[in-house]
Ligand binder design. Structure first.
Ligand SMILES: Cc1cc2nc3c(=O)[nH]c(=O)nc-3n(C[C@H](O)[C@H](O)[C@H](O)COP(=O)(O)O)c2cc1C
Length: 364
């Protein structure tokens, strides 16, 4: 008997399982595609010059396997901006607080240049990213936080399937008005930027306005039973992000891996200290320091990352066991060891199957 189940979107996209995997790692994406899911590569952390070779690499390694690319396009960022210029405009009290933390935790500077030490989110940067993605052979284009009607149109003109991560009915309506084809109902439980409504409450509300558009469930999902439950509610699949951080293919720094393994759902918190917008992360001393009574309110996007991006890069480069954190959802309960994507698919599909059998036994 075959394990798992298929929904119409599996045929639309040419995938075996209705499991969608967001990741910043090409290695994870390739493994998700090989396991029969639909991988979506996030570009929000890439330096502009890295994007063309990265897209060439994923296109080559995917061959005929379908995949998507995700862009984070918040509105209200500067037209064009240099990190140096913005650094001089930071409020002195915030600079002093961050400097104090840097000294208290003895943060050594990052040596390797990265997005967080060299870039600032701006319209000019987004336009470069959009051009590169549209020119690529990706099957799907996903957007989070900001929605650009012209990007949706241009993606459709290239035959791409469009996805939008939505955290509220209002966002869903806006996405549908812009012509987005697939809604990802991403609840409060999710790792990364998130709204205030939990997945279990959000999903039926998004389904109610989606009409014929397929809806995927995201946020807090780490088991096959949850995937089956989402499909039973009307979703055509589940979109997972946190779980893949436990895969060897992600090259997660060892101290972060240990933190994720040790963490329970309560160890993830929504903070503005990472990017300036509410973002669920796994707690660390750095995140706690920004939550302490003496901490200033975080700045907005993109200034909070102008202020703290180099510390984020440093804690990752140096694998700092006290400070290191990452976006992570309440689904972190599903991480109990380092594993591989192939193993994760085996476990998810076996659990989905036993949930299905349990349902047949229990429901009369
Ligand atoms: C480390 C990490 C980084 C993320 N970055 C992005 C991003 O750049 N763009 C995006 O659309 N979603 C991003 N997300 C959110 C995922 O797309 C997804 O909605 C979320 O992980 C689902 O909830 P889960 O983490 O409980 O599985 C990120 C999630 C994680 C864990």
């Amino acid at each position: 008997m075959s394990v798992g189940l298929r929904t119409p979107i599996c045929d639309t996209l040419g995938i075996r399982h209705p499991i969608f995997g967001f990741s910043h790692s090409v290695d994870v994406c390739v493994a998700i595609a090989q396991a029969g899911g639909f991988p979506v590569l996030g570009l929000a952390r890439e330096m502009p010059h890295e994007i063309p070779p990265l897209l060439a690499d994923i296109a080559e390694r995917m061959g005929q396997m379908p995949y998507g690319i995700d862009l984070m396009l918040p509105s209200g960022v500067p037209q064009a901006a240099s990190l140096e210029a913005l650094r001089t405009s930071l409020p002195p009290a915030h600079v002093a607080f961050t400097e104090g933390l840097r000294q208290r935790f003895d943060v050594q500077p990052a040596r390797k240049p990265s997005f967080f030490t060299t870039q600032v989110r701006s319209e000019a940067l987004f336009e470069q990213q959009i051009e590169a993605v549209l020119a690529s052979n990706c099957r799907g284009v996903a957007t989070a936080i900001g929605l650009r009607a012209d990007l949706i149109e241009r993606a459709h003109a290239r035959g791409k399937v469009t996805f939008s991560l939505v955290g509220s009915v209002r966002h869903a309506r806006k996405a549908l008005d812009a012509g987005v084809q697939v809604l990802v109902a991403q609840g409060y439980d999710a790792g990364g930027h998130t709204g205030p409504v939990g997945t279990m409450s959000l999903l039926p509300q998004i389904l109610a306005v989606a009409g014929e558009a397929p809806v995927l469930a995201a946020g807090g999902i780490a088991t096959g039973a949850q995937i089956l439950g989402s499909i039973a509610m009307g979703a055509q699949g589940a979109w997972l992000g946190t779980l893949w951080l436990a895969a060897r293919e992600n090259h997660t720094p060892p101290a972060l891996m240990q933190r994720l393994i040790a963490a329970s759902s309560e160890d993830t918190v929504i903070t503005r200290a990472h990017s300036g917008k509410p973002c669920r992360v796994v707690r660390s001393d750095w995140i706690d320091a920004w939550d302490a009574p003496d901490a200033p309110a975080p700045l907005g996007m993109p200034l909070q990352q102008v202020l703290t991006g180099d510390v984020f890069a440093a804690m990752h480069e140096h694998d700092d066991a006290r400070l290191i954190y990452e976006a992570a959802g309440q689904s972190v309960f599903g991480i109990d060891r380092e594993t591989t994507v192939a193993d994760q698919f085996t476990v998810l599909l076996a659990d989905l199957d036993s949930a299905r059998k349990r349902l047949e036994r229990l429901a009369v």
